[in-house]
Design a protein around this ligand. Sequence first.
Ligand code: NAP
Length: 287
Amino acid sequence: MRRLLITGASGFFGGRIRKYYSADYDVYAPSHAELDITDRETVRAAFQKYRPDIVIHSAAVSDTALCEREPERSRKINVDGSRNMAAASAEFHAKCLLCSSDQVYFGSALHGPHSEEESVAPCTVYGRQKKKAEEACLEQSQDCVVLRLSWMYDTESASRSEHSDFFRTLRNGLQTADILRYPVWDVRGITDVNEAVRNLEKAWDLPGGIYNFGSFNDKNTYETVLAVFAELGWDTKRLGKNEKAFAENPRNISMSLKKIQDNGIVFSSTREALVRSGRQCSRSFFP
Ligand SMILES: NC(=O)c1ccc[n+]([C@@H]2O[C@H](COP(=O)([O-])OP(=O)(O)OC[C@H]3O[C@@H](n4cnc5c(N)ncnc54)[C@H](OP(=O)(O)O)[C@@H]3O)[C@@H](O)[C@H]2O)c1
C-alpha cells in the first residue's frame, strides 16, 4: 500500500482528502499539534518515521484577511512551512503536492483565462505568500507538483468548525428573505471540492511543475449564479448585482485548464458543477 502524508487534515480540503483516500492508501494525517510544519526538525522526524511515498501539503493560513492582518505569522506557515515540506520530500524521495491558489493571478496585468507560463505579481499578502511557497517548493525539488486551486465548495459541512464556502453561503442566504448579491467585478473558477479530491490521484503522477487545477469559469460571479438559477428553474429575482466589491481593483483570476487537460485531468465547468450540486440539494433548499 502506498503511503500518503496529508497536512492540514483538520481543514476543509485536507479532511476530505483524508476521508477519500483512507480506504486504498496508508494515510498519515497528523494534526497541527503533532506536526507543526514551521518546525523543520519536527517535519524531518515525521518523514523519517513515516517514509511517505506521496505528500499532499494542504496546511496553510487560507484566510486571506488574516494574512493581511498577520503577514509575518502567516508567512512562516505559508512560505517557510511549505519549504520545509518540500525539502523533506526531496530528502526522503516522496512526491510532494503543494496546494497553491488561483489568487496568485490577482494583480496580473493580463486578463484571464490565465496560463501557468505567465509571470505573476500578486497584489495581496496571501497571493504573494503562495507565489513564494511555489518558488520555494520548486527550488527544493523540480519534481514537486504545484496545484493552483480555485475557490472550492461542498454541499455539506464536514464539521462545525470548518470555514464556510460559496455554496453553503448561498444556501444559508436562500433561507432568508434577502436579495442575494454577487460581484460583477470578480471572475473566478468555483470548484466542487470532491472533484478536486478525486483528481489528486492523477495529479501525483504529473511531472513536476505548476498546474491550474479546478473548474473553468470565465463569467463574473453574478452572471455565473444567474445562469445556474436560470438552468435550475430557480427564482432569478432572488439575485442582485454587487457593484461595489472589487470595483476599485477588478479581479479576473479565471484559469486556463489546457495543461491539466493535456495530462488527462478533467473537471466539470463551474456552471455544470453548480447545477449538479443545486439539483442534488433542491429539496433542502426549497422544502
Ligand atoms: N478552500 C479553498 O477554496 C481554497 C482555494 C484555493 C487554495 N486553497 C489552499 O488549499 C489548502 C487547503 O485549504 P483549506 O480551505 O482546506 O484550509 P483550512 O480549512 O483553513 O485548513 C488549513 C489547515 O492548515 C492547518 N495548519 C495551519 N497552520 C499549521 C501549521 N503551522 N502546521 C500544521 N498545520 C497547520 C490547520 O490546522 P489548525 O486549524 O489545527 O491550525 C488546518 O488543518 C490551503 O493551502 C489553501 O491555501 C484553498
